[in-house]
Structures are given as structure tokens and as C-alpha cells.
Design a protein around this ligand. Structure first.
Ligand SMILES: [Zn+2]
Ligand SMILES: [Zn+2]
Length: 147
């Protein structure tokens, strides 16, 4: 008798796995990737499963998956894409709207942005992007308590 496939997981791990269900393959395979670099609006992806996602450049910058940004977000309790709290005092400084200077495809699985603030290094995998699809439908599924 084979015990293959039987694995005991702790309640904690089971909960975590439940929150991060692996996405079906068609959900993380883009058919079309549109990067609106000149317009400065963001990225749009049509997925194989018929879904369409889009993300603004500021969202993407604030969701940078690199270790440094990830750690900073964890420390500040921010979700991927959530902007940093702005200092409220003093005169607001003009900041150029965030956008990538360069976008590099990484193999067939990810994009890398080189941002106009000089930051780079975050690898945005299709999985990561799809997992953080910003459409109302996906937001509702991810955060049912907010809707
Ligand atoms: Zn980063
Ligand atoms: Zn969606």
C-alpha cells in the first residue's frame, strides 16, 4: 500500500495553503501583455483563461517583490501595492510620477522594471501579477470582508 500523496499539515499551514491556492496554468499564462509606457498608465495582461488584469505603475512600484521592498512593507504593515505613508507636514515636494524607464522580459515567466526613481531588481512573475489582479472581481474574492 502506498502512502504517496498523504501528507499531514499543521492547521496553520493548511490555512496558509488555503489562502494561496495555486493558480491554474491558464490563469498565469499571458496571451497578450500591453505595457503602456509612453502613456504612463500601467500594464495590462490578457490571460489564457480569458481574464484581463491591469495594474498602474504606482501600484507596481509599491508592490515591488524584491527582498528590500518586501521587508519594508512587512515592517510597515503595508500590502503589496499600498503606497508608503506620506509625511503630512511641510510643503509637498514635487515628485515625478513613477514609471519604468525600461522593462525587461525575464525568460517566459516574468517582467523586470527599471523605475525612474532608480529602483530595480524586483522580478514580477506572472503568478505574482495574477495573484494581485486589481479587477473588482478578484479584489472581492481576496478581501471579501471589504465588500
Ligand atoms: Zn524593490
Ligand atoms: Zn481579476
Amino acid at each position: 500500500m502506498s502512502h504517496e500523496g498523504i501528507r499531514f499539515v499543521s492547521a496553520e499551514e493548511a490555512k496558509r495553503q488555503d489562502q494561496q491556492k495555486p493558480l491554474p496554468r491558464e490563469a498565469t499564462e499571458p496571451i497578450k501583455v500591453r505595457i503602456h509606457k509612453t502613456e504612463g498608465t500601467g500594464v495590462e495582461i490578457d490571460w489564457k483563461d480569458g481574464h484581463r488584469s491591469s495594474w498602474s505603475f504606482p501600484w507596481l512600484r509599491n508592490a515591488c517583490p524584491c527582498a528590500t521592498c518586501h521587508e519594508e512593507r512587512e515592517n510597515q504593515g503595508r500590502k503589496p501595492g499600498e503606497p508608503k505613508p506620506k509625511p503630512t507636514q511641510l510643503l509637498p515636494m514635487y515628485e515625478a510620477p513613477i514609471r519604468p524607464d525600461t522593462i525587461n522580459p525575464i525568460g517566459h515567466y516574468a517582467l523586470q522594471f527599471i523605475w525612474n526613481d532608480g529602483h530595480q531588481g524586483g522580478i514580477y512573475s506572472w503568478d505574482y501579477l495574477r495573484m494581485h489582479c486589481q479587477c473588482d472581481e478578484c479584489k472581492r474574492v481576496r478581501e471579501p470582508e471589504k465588500n
